[in-house]
Design a protein around this ligand. Structure first.
Ligand SMILES: [Zn+2]
Length: 733
């Protein structure tokens, strides 16, 4: 470096670089005071620990980033070096290219290479050269003819071909090999060594010497999120050829388990929409982008992995897995459960109608709308999986049920249930509680006991062998208290449903006039559908009485009026607590609805909560009668309350910490809780605060996803009307 004034280059590059946009491309940032904050990509960050501090709009050598948790920090060059794992010179060049700064020529580069061993940079440049070769072949009148006609057959526009960098591998054994050898023989400056092409996988050893990996194929470059080619996929152009798709092998720059096809094109849309759509292949991604769903990417021949989730989590923590309904999709969903347990991402499953793939669907008239509707109807992974487990339950006797419970819990514990963050663990337990008709507390104890019993075995088996660990778990015996007194579990479920309904009413007592459907009575105003005496909890009963009285007298009351109408200090505290909870529920429902492109009103939430309460009643009656007729079960009746449990969890997930101050205002006191929080509750609340910190509110759901979707209308209602068509159908297969 000596003698070339590297600091001049550095300063010029930094002065021309916008740190905010460099960081903002890979991390979702939001303004906070005079800084921008986001999740730190350099450690396993769950709160936004990274601050980007800029002056004069982000440009200049004095802009810096800093992580308050792991201590990572520096300027734009440091960020690019650390994030993209580049050497100083590479990072400088990367930024210079972006900013249009010409660097001082530097000759030391080749000397840095030891013994002809290609560097990472060599492998990247080999891929870049291969990409240019495929692009040139595509443009060549003769060599590219078949690829171009395949592209024409698919109807890809020129901008798609350009944007995704589609190319052609000529129908020759070694066209690329010959080209590379020529360049090396000609001593082309800075040309990577032959071995770099072999390591990149674009050239491989054949029987009679080296040959091209891709021959006679339409080429899809696979790029990293910086837009650099890291691998290639080739689709056959000759019907006789096998396989249909062929990918580059793993290389120093390409790891299937963390690479996502299309991430370079989708990154911005994923950050803006806070959602990533994961499809099954190259053509799915291109179809989605052509259809306007530019937040679509694809895994490369693997199911979604933890590494994928980690890459995506920096941009958004909502993932929609898109399937055209085949068995592979179900398997992938099953695998995704592992990711859900391991990484704090929300995963939804979307199965396209009529087993159509995205391309077929989007080509239809009204296809975009149907696609959008399918996205709106996507089902939370947990709901999806519990629906499948329920299907296993169906028609099985007591021992079959016990087996299902055991194996399900063992699997969930294996997946890491016991080490999940408070809220997510709570969520899972709630879903299982409803599914198995056991209290969440019993399940909780059961899971913890499984763990403590299994830990010694795990140690013997060795930590690194999940197979044997899970085998020993499967063999473990433990008592499942199947005969949990139904009465107690039911009472608890009922109180929870009451609480939910009342919580929303507290946010706006006027909602008591909303019409709800009552079994056998058509619809009634809520204030008439249920009497205060029917509430199991005395406090709930008293609060509802005040709301009901106001409704009957035609008085429009607000929460403040309700509070002053309550005589007792304990009731006031309970009401404040409910109000807080209700606000969280509504906010979460709205942010979820906004994600789905619809608006769900408070009135709708009341209706939904009511129907949960109603269903609970119906289930209790059904169960009583089926208990008498020897162990049947209430089947579909469980669906809606299961759903609501999940929704409630979601609500909690995107709920709000800022609520605290709302309550203090109302209450004039911080001591507002009627009872101390359990550790689980506290953990959930902490998690909420973090979720909020990360910008999970309805208003933050932006552009793309939300705006496009707003056309598709009453998604929330549709979803409510037939929420389980998809998993139900799939799980019957
Ligand atoms: Zn950090």
């Amino acid at each position: 470096m000596a003698g070339h004034h590297p600091n001049d280059d550095r300063d010029r590059v930094l002065a021309a670089t916008d740190l905010l946009s460099i960081v903002g491309e890979v991390v979702a940032l939001r303004p906070k005071g005079r800084e921008h904050v986001g999740l730190c990509p350099f450690h396993d960050d769950r709160t936004p620990s990274m601050a980007v501090v800029t002056h004069k709009g982000g440009f200049g050598a004095d802009a810096f980033y800093k992580c308050f948790s792991c201590g990572a920090g520096g300027n734009a060059i440091d960020f690019v070096m650390n994030y993209h794992k580049l050497e100083f010179r590479e990072a400088l060049k990367f930024l210079a290219d972006r900013a249009g700064v010409e660097l001082t020529p530097w000759e030391g580069q080749r000397a840095a290479r030891r013994d002809g061993e290609p560097t990472r940079d060599d492998v990247l440049r080999a891929n870049e050269i291969a990409q240019r070769f495929f692009r040139r072949s595509y443009a060549d009148e003769a060599k590219g003819a078949k690829a171009r006609s395949e592209v024409a057959r698919r109807g890809f526009e020129a901008e798609i071909v350009e944007g995704f960098g589609l190319g052609a591998a000529p129908a020759s054994m070694d066209a690329l090999v010959v080209g590379v050898r020529q360049n090396i023989a000609n001593g082309v400056a800075n040309f990577p060594p032959f071995e770099a092409f072999v390591q990149a996988g674009v050239i491989r050893p054949g029987r009679g010497g080296h040959i091209d990996l891709l021959r006679d194929r339409l080429v899809f470059p696979i790029r990293d999120d910086m837009g650099r080619a890291i691998a290639f996929g080739g689709r056959k152009l000759d019907p006789e050829q096998e396989p249909k798709y062929l990918n580059s092998p793993e290389s120093p720059v390409f790891h299937k388990s963390k690479s996502l096809y299309g991430i370079d094109r989708a990154k911005r849309a994923i950050i803006e929409s806070k959602t990533a759509i994961i499809t099954e292949g190259y053509t799915d991604v291109i179809a989605c982008h052509r259809g306007g769903f530019t937040n679509a990417v694809a895994t490369l021949g693997t199911a979604l992995t933890r590494e994928h989730a980690r890459v995506l989590r920096r941009m958004s923590d909502n993932v929609v897995l898109l399937f055209d309904g085949d068995e592979a999709g179900l398997k992938a969903a099953d695998r995704a459960l592992e990711v859900f347990f391991a990484e704090p991402v929300d995963i939804r499953i979307c199965v396209l109608p009529d087993a159509l793939d995205p391309d077929d669907l989007l080509r239809q008239e009204g296809g975009r709308e149907r696609f959008r509707e399918a996205l709106d109807r996507s089902v939370d992974l947990l709901t999806f999986m519990t629906a499948r487990i329920r299907a296993k339950f169906a028609g099985r006797g007591l021992s079959g049920r016990q087996q299902t419970i055991e194996s399900t819990l063992a699997r969930f514990v294996d997946l890491g249930l016991n080490s999940m963050s408070g809220l997510r663990r709570h969520l899972v337990l709630q879903s299982l509680s409803d599914l198995f008709d056991m209290s969440a507390r019993d399940l909780d104890l059961l899971c913890q006991s499984m763990r403590s019993r299994l830990q010694p075995m795990e140690r013997e088996a060795g930590h690194d062998d999940p197979q044997s660990a899970s085998a020993s778990r499967g063999a473990a015996t433990f008592e499942v208290p199947l005969s949990t007194p139904g009465g107690e579990a039911r009472a608890r479920a009922r109180r929870a449903a009451e609480r939910r309904l009342l919580a929303i009413l507290c946010t706006d007592p006027g909602l008591a006039s909303v019409q709800v459907s009552v079994e056998g009575c058509g619809t009634l105003p809520l204030s008439e559908a249920i009497a205060p005496s029917e509430f199991a909890d005395h406090g709930h009963s008293a609060i509802f009485a005040v709301i009901r009285d106001a409704a009957e007298e035609g008085r429009a009351i607000r929460f403040a009026t309700l509070l002053s109408d309550l005589a007792d200090a304990t009731l006031k505290r309970l009401a404040s607590d409910l109000y807080t909870f209700g606000e969280d529920l509504l906010q979460a429902a709205q942010s979820q609805a906004a994600m789905a492109g619809t608006r769900r009103s408070a009135a709708e939430e009341v209706v939904v909560s009511w129907s949960d309460l109603e269903n609970l009643e119906r289930r209790a009656r059904l169960r009583n009668s089926s208990d008498r007729s020897n162990g049947g079960h209430a089947g579909e009746e469980r669906e809606s309350s299961l759903r609501s449990v999940t929704d409630e969890g979601r609500s909690a997930a995107s709920g709000s910490a800022a609520r605290q101050s709302d309550v203090s205002d109302i209450n004039g006191s911080d001591e507002r809780r009627a009872s101390p929080r359990s550790a689980t509750e506290q953990a959930a609340i902490d998690r909420l605060a973090r979720a909020r910190e990360r910008g999970h509110d309805a208003t933050a759901v932006s552009a793309l996803f939300g705006r496009r979707s707003s056309a598709s209308g009453a998604g929330a209602r549709t979803e409510r009307a037939e929420p389980h068509g998809t998993p139900g159908r799939s799980s019957n297969q």
